[in-house]
Design a protein around this ligand. Structure first.
Ligand SMILES: [Zn+2]
Length: 476
């Protein structure tokens, strides 16, 4: 039984045909000129941005008017990699101090107990947590479907929260008995995987501008699926024009596994499987060399950079500045909440900036006289979380605040302890200072967070259900 009413056609009391946002201390557009507008605002009609300008040039009236004095307004953040269900297994003692393979082997048996309701609850927890960090579009990689769980459970739960979702029909088919990493109890039959992939594409995938739900095919990783399933998934995705996603080059263990089992480094293995293309993005790509980065740039492969997870699991530091400099599409992802252990996009963007700097320092980068900054800037990091994420997810309708794009944005009150002494550059303050919870998150003109409160769900009730589900999973 679901704890929350499942209603596919809720009566929408939250929607205003026109919304006027005005008097923002600064409005960050992330448009082609990277305009930052003092005393800025925007006018929204039917969920789409109609005008972006200084407040004095905006219309005077709308169905709803939001005065954002002392706030910074930015384009909604785009999370390119997550495993929502892992919000139920954060900071599990046995998995706290492990590298990727040992962490996975500890957690697979716990995840094998997930139910459809667990998927539903964890989806809502992850999405509202993301919304409180300014996220308006999230990709999720769900790759195990135990006890009758389906991607449908996640998609319906997400509709109630109100964020845009790129839901991956993930998969695992290479169990322990076949030389894979996961236990046989969490892998699925390949024919069934492909049939269900086709079903969810036909049922849910909406490729149109303003889309709230897109479907992605996402076999989990080289060490948990067969080459045949990778190839067939790519064929099916291309038949329907949906994107492909998987974990790649995350750890040295994975690289060794690929060389030993397939005779290729991970990126070359993907090439063999017809998995290098502009419809593909990879999570992590920590262990890639300059030639492989060049391959990504040449074919248009995207990368979901997940610095907190890479640090948590001691995987390594991804060469993100090299990727940016070679023209690779790069977005930011929080990764699953069992290896982060949060879903905070601003924290992730901050960490992306920090770890890129650490890598530059370790490589002895010169800090003077270069055209490209040797240190990643706050604005570069924010760009990864907005325009970068949109490019990775293949979307032209999100990632910036400009006329014709979806009205997806967030606002943060600058008048707070965290930013004291940093108000000379609020944009940089957002990234350099401690990550905060945002005050407003708006998706397609609709409020998900308003005045610091969740609008679309009962947070206290959700947390109670979430913690009960988590306890049940861990108690076994
Ligand atoms: Zn992941």
């Amino acid at each position: 039984m679901y704890l929350f009413q499942l209603d596919l056609n809720p009566i929408d009391t939250n929607f205003m045909p026109t919304l006027l946002v005005r008097h923002a201390s600064v409005l960050v557009t992330m448009d082609d000129h990277r305009r930052e507008i003092p005393d800025g605002g925007l006018f929204i009609r039917d969920g789409v941005v109609e005008q972006v300008s200084p407040t004095q040039e905006l219309p005077l009236e709308a169905d709803e008017v939001l005065d954002l004095d002392d706030h910074i307004v930015l384009p909604g953040l785009i999370n390119t990699h997550h495993h929502f269900y892992q919000t139920l297994t954060r900071a599990v003692p046995e998995a706290q101090n492990a590298n990727l393979f040992n962490w996975l082997k500890t957690l697979y048996p716990v995840w094998a107990r997930l139910t459809p309701e667990d998927i539903r609850i964890s989806t809502q927890t992850a999405l509202i947590e993301l919304a409180f960090s300014g996220c308006t579009t999230a990709s999720d990689h769900l790759y195990l479907f135990p006890n009758g769980s389906r991607l449908d459970d996640e998609i319906y739960a997400a509709k109630e929260v109100g964020l845009r979702l790129h839901a991956s029909r993930g998969s695992m088919s290479l169990g322990e008995s076949q030389g894979g990493l996961p236990p046989d109890s969490v892998v699925e039959d390949e024919d069934l995987i492909l049939k269900d992939s086709q079903r969810v594409i036909e049922k849910f995938h909406d490729p149109n501008p303003g889309s709230m739900t897109q479907v992605v095919l996402a076999p989990c990783s080289p060490f948990s699926v067969t080459a045949s399933l990778m190839r067939q998934s790519a064929d099916l995705a291309r038949q329907y024009g949906v994107q492909l996603h998987t974990h790649l080059a995350e750890t040295e263990d994975e690289e060794a596994f690929c060389i030993e089992k397939f005779g290729y480094r991970p990126v070359a293995y993907m090439q063999q499987l017809n998995w290098l293309g502009d419809d593909v993005w990879f999570a992590h790509s920590v262990h890639v060399n300059q030639d492989e980065i060049g391959d990504f740039a040449r074919v248009g492969c995207g990368v979901a950079h997940c610095p907190n997870s890479n640090m948590r699991l001691a995987s390594g530091i991804a060469p993100i500045l090299d990727m940016i400099n070679q023209g690779v599409k790069v977005g930011v992802g929080v990764d699953g909440s069992a290896s982060n252990d949060s879903s905070h996009m601003i924290a992730e963007i901050r960490q992306a900036m920090m770890v890129a700097r650490l890598r530059s320092g370790l490589r002895g980068a010169s800090l003077s006289g270069e055209e490209t900054p040797a240190l990643m800037t706050a604005r570069q990091a924010l760009e990864l979380g907005t325009r970068g994420g949109a490019a990775v997810l293949g979307r032209e309708d999100i990632g910036s605040i400009e006329p014709g794009k979806c009205a997806d944005f967030y606002a943060v009150n600058l008048n707070r302890l965290d930013y004291a002494g940093a108000l000379h550059d609020p944009v940089a303050a957002l990234v350099f200072c401690a990550p905060v919870k945002v005050d407003y998150t708006v998706v397609g003109g609709k409020f998900v967070v308003k005045e610091g409160q969740a609008v679309t769900l009962d947070l206290a009730r959700l947390l109670e259900a979430h913690n009960q589900a988590s306890k049940r999973l861990l108690d076994g």
